[in-house]
Design a protein around this ligand. Structure first.
Ligand SMILES: Cc1cc2nc3c(=O)[nH]c(=O)nc-3n(C[C@H](O)[C@H](O)[C@H](O)COP(=O)(O)OP(=O)(O)OC[C@H]3O[C@@H](n4cnc5c(N)ncnc54)[C@H](O)[C@@H]3O)c2cc1C
Ligand SMILES: NC(=O)c1ccc[n+]([C@@H]2O[C@H](COP(=O)([O-])OP(=O)(O)OC[C@H]3O[C@@H](n4cnc5c(N)ncnc54)[C@H](O)[C@@H]3O)[C@@H](O)[C@H]2O)c1
Length: 499
């Protein structure tokens, strides 16, 4: 016997939880299928443990940067206490609180591995390998299955017991030597973390660090990592990996060099988790990101399902317009792989699914409540390295690629009194990207200690499309880090009357 619900959500990560929350708030009957821990990657293996582990070293370094406080710092990071704090924040990898929340909102949790079995049907294999159960969705299925790490096909790597990010954030025995392959955000944050733990850390980086961001961000982070004692092997790629007779990992590089370590962390990106979830049953391509429109409804599904059924539209117009029934939300869409952005999508998706199911008006225009418009305008992110990198919107290069004429005022934080008071010899930079035609901010990057909280101001300026002329009236308090905004406006130039 199949159980019926209004909505079946596949995956109870942060994104699935938000879809559930909004759909339940509207009164839909909702089932959510989860094969691991309710709360997903972010809560147990990604954002929460990584940021908790990074915090101890960051706090110590912050105190060391203030004369009058620095002498009170007499030791290094207490690794055992830091790991214990991490264990607390990941609830010892126990999801009972998250499950209690699901129950409190009246959602039904179905434990097991789910996969699509055709339109509006999800089949679940329970964890004990018992009989499959079919869940039928009266209105919609939302795929929120997240992403998984990519391990490149380097000879010997898979057999060398490489770490993926879960091993690095779930660590119990901190290695004396760690090699990291990759130069993206996972690699940079984990190098910062392990260097702070006293691990001899070597990064193997094909190109620069933090590709895709403003170049000055990667350069400052590279300098910061070197200052922490990290060895950067830039312009090098691994060609062969093995374990030697002492069980050390030996990584041979294409520049002829070798890196030897106790563990090797592979941080070479993630791919959408769209295999093994039955997308082929509805005509979609497993392994690819699932393409959605701004209401998170899967695009091209009718054509794909028709093709899968060999049911060709003869174009006589007799096929009725159908309500979307399949949605994809979060990392699996490849739109913006961050928890906050996926949750934003999840709120829109839960609301629009309910609106369509209940025959209520749908607000799907630009910045409508049922859309994830900001995905293509303002995705904020913070890289928790030393220095931190906070960014949102377009870089100068991305703006140029879009054909925008921009102004890019840039300043050093040395001109900001609040930064100098925050830390002695504060070093950092900030850049705005301003659309010259519309005179609004379309991108911002801040690099330096404790810049994370500056990003949201930029996000509001971008999403609110606040004219730069008007930003002159948003006065930052003295002496705070926010004064960087005034310096940036000054670098851009005081507007003229009638200009
Ligand atoms: C090391 C690391 C650090 C990160 N730090 C940050 C950060 O600081 N800030 C930030 O915003 N983002 C961060 N991210 C990214 C963030 O973790 C993801 O963007 C976020 O987890 C995506 O949420 P999601 O719900 O889409 O996917 P997930 O969190 O992956 O959740 C998907 C859920 O679906 C379940 N599932 C999958 N397939 C099935 C199936 N077939 N049946 C049943 N259940 C299934 C999974 O078990 C999982 O619980 C980090 C990522 C990594 C790797
Ligand atoms: N603070 C945060 O918000 C945060 C933290 C961690 C992760 N994340 C999310 O997780 C995602 C995944 O992070 P990531 O760092 O794994 O991916 P990434 O795409 O940011 O970086 C991958 C890195 O690996 C390199 N690389 C790829 N293939 C390689 C190969 N074959 N050999 C050598 N190097 C190779 C790339 O050049 C790049 O430097 C991010 O895009 C981000 O959305 C966010």
């Amino acid at each position: 016997m199949a159980r019926e619900f209004d909505l079946v959500v596949l995956g109870a990560g942060p994104v699935g939880e938000n879809v559930v929350d909004r759909a339940r708030a509207a009164g839909l009957e909702v089932a959510v299928v989860e094969h691991e821990l309710v709360g997903g990657e972010c809560s147990y293996w990604a954002c929460v443990p990584s940021k908790t582990l990074l915090r101890s070293g960051a706090a110590l370094r912050a105190a060391r940067r203030v004369r009058g406080a620095s002498d009170a710092v007499t030791g290094d990071v207490d690794v055992a206490e830091t790991l214990a704090r991490r264990d607390y924040w990941v609830s010892d990898w126990d999801d009972r609180n998250a499950v209690a929340w699901l129950e409190s909102v009246g959602a039904v949790l179905v434990r097991g591995h789910g996969r699509l079995q055709g339109e509006r049907r999800v089949v679940v294999t329970p964890p004990d390998g018992g009989a499959d159960e079919v869940l039928v969705a009266r209105h919609a299925v939302a795929v929120c299955t997240g992403s998984e790490p990519v391990v490149p096909d380097v000879p010997g790597l898979a057999d060398a017991r490489p770490w993926i990010s879960r091993d690095a954030t779930g660590v119990r025995n901190v290695p004396a030597r760690l090699a990291i392959i990759g130069g993206g955000v996972v690699a940079v944050e984990m190098a910062t973390l392990y260097a702070g733990f006293g691990t001899r850390t070597t990064m193997i980086v094909r190109h620069g660090l933090l590709g895709g961001m403003e170049p000055f961000a990667g350069e400052a982070v590279a300098d910061g990592l070197r200052a922490l004692g990290v060895e950067l092997r830039q312009g090098a790629s691994p060609v062969r990996v093995s374990r030697d007779e002492t069980d050390a990992v030996v990584i041979e590089l294409d520049d002829g060099g070798t890196v030897t370590a106790d563990e090797v962390l592979v941080a070479t990106g993630r791919r959408p988790r769209s295999t093994g979830i039955g997308v082929e049953a509805v005509g979609l391509e497993p392994g690819s990101s699932i393409t959605v429109d701004d209401t998170l409804a899967v695009v091209g599904l009718d054509e794909a399902s028709a093709a899968a059924r060999n049911d060709v539209d003869d174009g006589d117009g007799d096929r009725p317009e159908r309500m979307p029934w399949l949605y994809a939300v979060g990392d699996v869409t490849g739109r913006a792989s961050f928890t906050h952005q996926g949750k934003y999508q999840g709120r829109a998706a839960g609301d629009v699914i309910a609106a369509r199911a209940l025959g209520r008006p749908v607000d799907a225009g630009r910045y409508g409540i049922h859309t994830a418009t900001a995905d293509s305008v303002a995705v904020p992110s913070v890289v928790f390295a030393d220095p931190e990198v906070g960014s949102v919107g377009l870089t100068a290069a991305r703006a140029a690629a879009r054909g925008l004429a921009v102004r890019t005022p840039e300043v050093a934080f040395s001109s900001v009194t609040g930064a100098g008071i925050l830390a002695d010899d504060y070093e950092g930079r900030a850049r705005l990207v301003i659309d010259d035609e519309r005179d609004v901010v379309v991108g911002a990057t801040f690099v330096g200690p404790d810049v994370a909280e500056l990003v949201h101001q930029a996000t509001i300026a971008i999403v609110g499309e606040v004219p730069v002329r008007r930003l002159w009236h948003a006065v930052p308090a003295f002496p705070t880090m926010s004064e960087v905004w005034l310096r940036l406006l000054e670098a851009d130039g005081r507007p003229e009357v009638g200009g």
